[in-house]
Design a protein around this ligand. Structure first.
Ligand SMILES: *Cc1c(COP(=O)(O)O)cnc(C)c1O
Length: 396
C-alpha cells in the first residue's frame, strides 16, 4: 500500500548484512559442533570462534585474549559494572556514571546502590556532554569505576572518551565505556582511549541479535556474572552461540573495512536531513550536540506535536523512526536523556529520532523531507496551543 518504505531506526536495530548471514549459515547446519569438544566438529566450531575473536580485536586495536562474548550488549554492560564493583569492593564502593546512560547501565547502578554501593550520576549540559570538572570533583578515594558511554543512543552526543580515559588512568580507576552505538560509526582504539572495559552489541552493527562482547583489558579485576561450565576462558559460562559469534565477528570486520565510506555517506545524509528539517519546519529544536554527534543520528523536538502521534503518522507513509529510545517508547515517562538535557515534559514528548544506516539513500531522505512537514502541520492544526501561538501570541 505505501509508496515507499524507509527504515530510519538503525539505533534500535540494523538489518543484518547479507555477508554476515552467509558466514553464519553453516554453523546452524553442518558445522554444528560444540567448541568445547575435542573432536573434529568441536575443533571446527572453536576455530570459527577464534577467528571471530581475532576480527573483533582487530577492529578495536585490542588483543584477541581481551575479547569475551556475551549474550547481548546489555549483558556486557551488566558484567562490566557489576563484575568490577564486586571484585574491587575491598578497594572502594563508589562508581561514577552519567544521567544519560542506556538503561543497561543506569538500572545496573541502581541495583548496586541497593547493595551498598554509592553512585554519582553526572549531569550533562544542553547538548548532552558531561563536564570534565564535575567528573574530576566527583572522584574520591573510594572510586573504583567510571562508566561513561562513548556516544548516546538517543541524541547521538559523543563524550570526550580519550580525556576521561586519561583521568581514570592517572587516578588508577577503571574506565568502562558503552560503545554499542559508536562501533561502526567512528574509529575506536582501546589503547588510544585508555579504556579498561568496552561493551558492544551485534545487532547494532549489522550483525545478529542476541550477541554482544565485552573487551576486558588484561589485568583488570572483574568477577564473573554467569557461573557454570567455564567457557570463555572461565569468565563467561554457557555453551557458546557459535553462529552468532561468527556473525558478530564478520559484522565487526565489515564495519571496520567500510568505516571511511560509511562515515562519509552517513554524514552527508544526516546533514541533508537536519538542514532540510530546519528549512522546512518552524518551532523545532535539534537535540544533541551540533557537531560532536554520531554520523547517523538525527533527533528533533517539534513543538505542539506528540511524538507518538508523529511516529504513527510516519509509519502510515512507510517511514520507521522512534520517539526517544525504543526501550521507552510505549511508556508514558519522557526519556531520561531528554530530561537530562533540560527539555520540558512537553518538548521531550514531541521528539523524534531518526537514525540512519548503510541501506539509506538520498531518495530516502528526500522522501522523509517531503512527508514530514505536512504531517507536522496537520498535527499542529489539532493543537489548541499551536492555534493560540499562530494567533500572534508569544509561543514556546
Ligand atoms: C542497544 C544498546 C544497548 C543494548 O544492547 P543489546 O544488545 O540490545 O542488549 C546498550 N547500550 C546502548 C547504548 C545501546 O544502544
Amino acid at each position: 500500500m505505501v509508496a515507499r518504505r524507509v527504515y530510519a531506526d538503525n539505533a534500535g536495530t540494523t538489518p543484518m548484512h547479507p555477508q554476515v548471514l552467509e558466514e553464519m549459515l553453516p554453523y546452524f547446519t553442518e558445522k554444528f559442533g560444540n567448541p568445547s569438544s575435542i573432536h573434529f566438529f568441536g575443533r571446527e566450531a572453536k576455530q570459527a570462534m577464534d577467528n571471530a575473536r581475532e576480527r573483533l580485536a582487530r577492529a578495536l586495536g585490542a588483543r584477541s585474549d581481551e575479547i569475551y562474548f556475551t549474550g547481548s550488549g546489555t549483558e556486557a554492560d551488566n558484567w562490566a559494572v557489576k563484575g568490577v564493583a564486586l571484585a574491587n569492593r575491598a578497594k572502594g564502593n563508589h562508581i561514577i556514571t552519567t544521567k544519560i546512560e542506556h538503561h543497561a547501565i543506569i538500572h545496573t547502578c541502581e541495583y548496586l546502590e541497593k547493595h551498598g554501593f554509592d553512585v554519582t550520576y553526572l549531569d550533562v549540559d544542553q547538548y548532552g556532554k558531561i563536564s570534565m570538572d564535575q567528573l574530576k570533583q566527583s572522584i574520591n578515594d573510594r572510586t573504583i569505576l567510571i562508566s561513561i558511554m562513548f556516544a548516546n543512543n538517543e541524541i547521538g552526543t559523543i563524550q570526550p572518551a580519550e580525556e576521561i580515559g586519561k583521568i581514570a588512568k592517572e587516578k588508577g580507576i577503571y574506565f568502562h565505556t558503552d560503545a554499542v552505538q559508536a562501533m561502526g560509526n567512528t574509529v575506536i582504539d582501546v589503547n588510544k582511549l585508555n579504556v579498561d572495559l568496552l561493551s558492544m552489541s551485534g545487532h547494532k552493527i549489522r550483525g545478529p541479535k542476541g550477541i554482544g562482547a565485552l573487551f576486558i583489558r588484561k589485568g583488570v579485576k572483574i568477577d564473573n556474572l554467569i557461573h557454570g561450565g567455564a567457557q570463555e576462558r572461565k569468565k563467561r559460562s554457557g555453551t557458546e552461540n557459535v553462529a552468532a559469534v561468527v556473525g558478530l565477528g564478520k559484522a565487526a570486520q565489515l564495519a571496520a573495512d567500510n568505516l571511511e565510506e560509511h562515515v562519509g555517506h552517513m554524514t552527508f545524509l544526516r546533514d541533508r536531513l537536519i538542514n532540510g528539517i530546519k528549512e522546512r519546519i518552524q518551532y523545532t529544536r535539534l537535540n544533541g550536540h551540533p557537531t560532536e554527534r554520531l554520523v547517523n543520528n538525527v533527533n528533533f523536538s517539534f513543538d505542539f506535536v506528540e511524538g507518538e502521534a508523529l511516529l504513527l503518522s510516519l509509519d502510515m507513509v512507510g517511514i520507521a523512526a522512534s520517539s526517544g529510545s525504543a526501550c521507552t517508547s510505549g511508556a508514558l515517562d519522557p526519556s531520561h536523556v531528554l530530561m537530562a538535557i533540560g527539555l520540558s515534559h512537553e518538548t521531550a514528548h514531541g521528539s523524534l529520532r531518526m537514525s540512519l544506516g548503510d541501506i539509506n539513500t538520498q531518495e530516502d531522505i528526500d522522501y522523509i523531507l517531503e512527508q514530514l512537514p505536512p504531517i507536522v502541520n496537520r498535527l499542529r492544526e489539532l493543537s489548541p496551543l499551536f492555534k493560540q501561538c499562530e494567533g500572534g501570541k508569544t509561543c514556546v
